[in-house]
Design a protein around this ligand. Structure first.
Ligand code: GAP
Length: 439
């Protein structure tokens, strides 16, 4: 990893901790390796990403419905989906230091001790077993879900029976997934517990290529919504033998992380693999019947999948900017250039001086009013320059300052995060100014 790039990850991780985006998990107990908690700003960013996705792919479309399913499903689901048999990664052990690695993620030398001899690769299952029941010898063993997709297949009949969807249509979901990863790491890039959003899009067999192409383009459009420069994204066709067990075609969207080009999202053609398996195992009829022609068939599935934590990570990496050279002009700033819709706070409100009650009173009025419609934040610490610096660092797009002119003419200054330019604007125009940025 180049020094500069390594620095970028370190800087983002440090900013996340310092300003309350992401904290190391269980920290007061010395931490739990590869577990992370979203803090006050991180949860806003993550929720904004999830809400934007839900609005784009579910609420604003006529061909998509959502579900929110249980994390623990019947073990029969995972047998039918072949996750128990095939959801594995190849594991090798270094013969010298006995560290274990994913065979496909290392070169010829052990990343830990440099030794060149490894054990034979064996297939390591990623599913997390959970014991259900109050005693060791009663109850059943099931699994924390390894992907959220299965709930969409298992509820396929419920959706057909309770809604008016017609092929082509999709079922979408967001939520936690769990995988006993052999080598988690790189901050929130690969963890054992992570957040996913994805949909299963049901189509006629003859249309699968058309829809695969359609969703490929929509995934790129989504990345633009996240503010990602598409120069940092690469589409990689996954060859035979390397795809997940259910997929006949997969494109991975890979991103230039500071630790290398790696997977961000995936797009898979799952054929009728899952519905066929569940039909066979459950005995339920999972055919779709065309209401006009009466034609009966099992729909084919296109699946766009989006890791939420990786979305948060790339949004932060792409947004992170350092401007100015402290050695040259003494003025430098860190700016998170997050798109308005993703920014944790949309606007900060300050009184020019903290010790002037008339300014504080007016600024509080404006703040409380804006807070009803936007996530606004109050700041009266230090001087204005320090407040701007603090807001730039967490990506707040606008700062509103109440000064003595405000008391005369009901105008304020509004400062733009990216250009650092200020303009005067009427107090009454603030809500529409901000609302425009949301559309
Ligand atoms: N239903 C399809 C599916 O689960 P996947 O490629 O195995 O496909 C989907 O996972 C997405 O979840 C990935 O593209 C990635 O964004 C994210 N992801 C996978 N494993 C992860 C992990 N251990 N930690 C964080 N995100 C992960």
């Amino acid at each position: 990893m180049a020094k500069e790039e390594q620095d970028l990850l370190e800087k983002v991780v440090s900013l996340c901790k310092r300003r309350g985006f992401v904290f190391p998990g269980s920290e007061i107990y010395g931490g739990l390796a590869n577990s992370w908690d979203y803090g006050p700003l991180g949860v806003e960013l993550k929720n904004n990403i999830q809400q934007l996705w839900w609005k784009k792919f579910v609420q604003s479309r006529d061909d998509m419905v959502g579900i929110d399913a249980a994390v623990i499903m019947s073990p029969k689901v995972w047998e039918a989906s072949e996750h128990i048999k095939s959801f594995t990664d190849p594991l090798v052990e270094c013969k010298k230091c006995h560290q274990r690695f994913r065979e496909d993620q290392i070169g010829k030398d052990c990343p830990s001790c440099g030794n060149k001899e490894f054990s034979e690769a064996k297939q390591f299952n990623l599913m997390f077993p959970v014991h259900l029941g109050s005693t060791e010898d009663s109850g059943v063993t099931s699994y924390l879900r390894g992907e959220i997709a299965q709930a969409m297949f298992v509820n396929f009949k419920n959706i057909l029976d309770s809604t008016r969807v017609r092929v082509p249509f999709g079922i979408a979901s967001q939520g936690k997934a769990f995988r006993n990863e052999i080598t988690p790491g790189n901050f929130i890039f690969r963890t054992r517990e992570f957040n996913l959003m994805e949909f299963e899009y049901f189509v006629r067999e003859e249309d699968w290529e058309k829809w695969f192409e359609y969703w490929r383009k929509e995934m790129l459009n989504w990345l633009k919504d996240l503010g990602i420069d598409l120069k940092h994204v690469h589409e990689v066709e996954i060859p035979d033998g390397e795809r997940a067990h259910y997929s006949k075609r997969t494109i991975d969207f890979e991103y230039d992380y500071p630790f290398g080009q790696k997977e961000l999202y995936g797009l898979a053609y799952r054929t009728t693999f899952d519905l066929d398996n569940h039909m066979r195992s459950s005995g339920e009829d999972l055919n779709y019947v065309d209401p006009e022609s009466g034609e009966k068939f099992v729909p084919h599935v296109i699946e766009p999948t989006f890791g939420i934590d990786r979305s948060v990570l790339v949004a932060l990496l792409d947004a992170y900017h350092e401007e100015g050279d402290p050695a040259k002009d003494g003025a430098s700033r860190i700016v998170l250039k997050l798109p308005f819709k993703l920014a944790p706070y949309k606007v900060a409100v300050f009184p020019l001086l903290k010790n002037k009650p008339e300014l504080v009173k007016k600024a509080q009025e404006i703040y409380k009013n804006l807070k009803q419609d936007f996530n606004a934040v109050w700041d009266d610490r230090g001087n204005i320059g320090k407040r701007y610096y603090a807001q730039d660092e967490i990506g707040t797009p606008y700062c509103v300052t109440v000064d003595f002119d405000t008391l005369e003419n009901d105008t304020v200054t509004i400062r733009d995060r990216d250009t650092a330019k200020q303009e005067r604007i009427g107090i009454k125009d603030l809500p529409s100014f901000l609302r425009d940025k949301l559309s």
